[in-house]
Design a protein around this ligand. Structure first.
Ligand code: ITT
Length: 189
């Protein structure tokens, strides 16, 4: 089995990525904590490639990375690429977003996820992207998931990502869409 390094420091993402990659012919290993990569790209796709490529090259192994974030229409797409840097904890990030949105009734938002897989020499082998549209609530609801999940409401299911069963989130989320596009290509590598 070929080794695939999962290049993330986010435990919530890791859990979801492991589920998508389960049962494939790859031996998943987590990136060492000390190996940190600066996200200098200007798009989610660029950052996913930077993370996968640098980790792959540093370890001489295949690597997969995810770069994702929440874009809120009324905030001109913020926090976007800066979703992780919006605060130091999930609670702080959620509070800041709710504060900035205030009682604006334009609450449309979308989650975006880019995934990339790099070869051991750092070159990019595969890339995919997914988007999930929803609305930002005025207060958190639900305890599942991670990150901004408690304030991201999906009208079609009348639930936030943090209220829905994890299997449903896995299927309909931005990450779900990205992996749906990636997995058939991955099994052909
Ligand atoms: P790595 O770069 O180490 O993978 P990170 O948390 O820094 O971890 P990003 O730079 O991609 O990851 O930032 C993504 C931000 O968006 C971060 O705050 C996440 O918690 C949040 N986020 C991404 N996907 C999410 C999801 O499915 N549900 C809730 N929040 C999510």
């Amino acid at each position: 089995m070929k080794k695939l390094i999962v290049a993330t420091s986010n435990p919530g993402k890791l859990k979801e990525m492991q589920k998508y990659l389960k049962g494939l012919d790859w031996d998943l290993q987590l990136k060492p904590k000390t190996l940190e990569v600066e996200e200098t790209g200007t798009t989610f796709a660029e950052n996913a490639c930077i993370k996968a490529s640098q980790v792959a090259k540093a370890l001489g192994e295949w690597a997969i990375a995810d770069d994702s974030g929440l874009a809120v229409d009324a905030l001109n797409g913020s926090p976007g690429l800066y979703s992780a840097r919006y605060g130091t904890t999930d609670t702080e990030r959620i509070e800041r977003l709710l504060r900035e949105l205030g009682n604006n009734n334009q609450r449309q938002a979308r989650f975006i996820c880019a995934v990339a897989i790099a070869r051991p020499d750092g070159s990019i082998a595969l890339q995919a992207e997914g988007i999930c549209c929803g609305e930002i609530l005025t207060a958190p609801q639900g305890t599942e998931g991670f990150g901004y999940d408690p304030i991201f409401y999906v009208p079609q299911y009348q639930q936030t990502f943090a209220q829905m069963p994890s299997d449903l989130k896995q299927k309909i989320s931005h990450r779900g869409q990205a992996f749906e596009a990636l997995l058939p290509q991955l099994s052909q590598l």
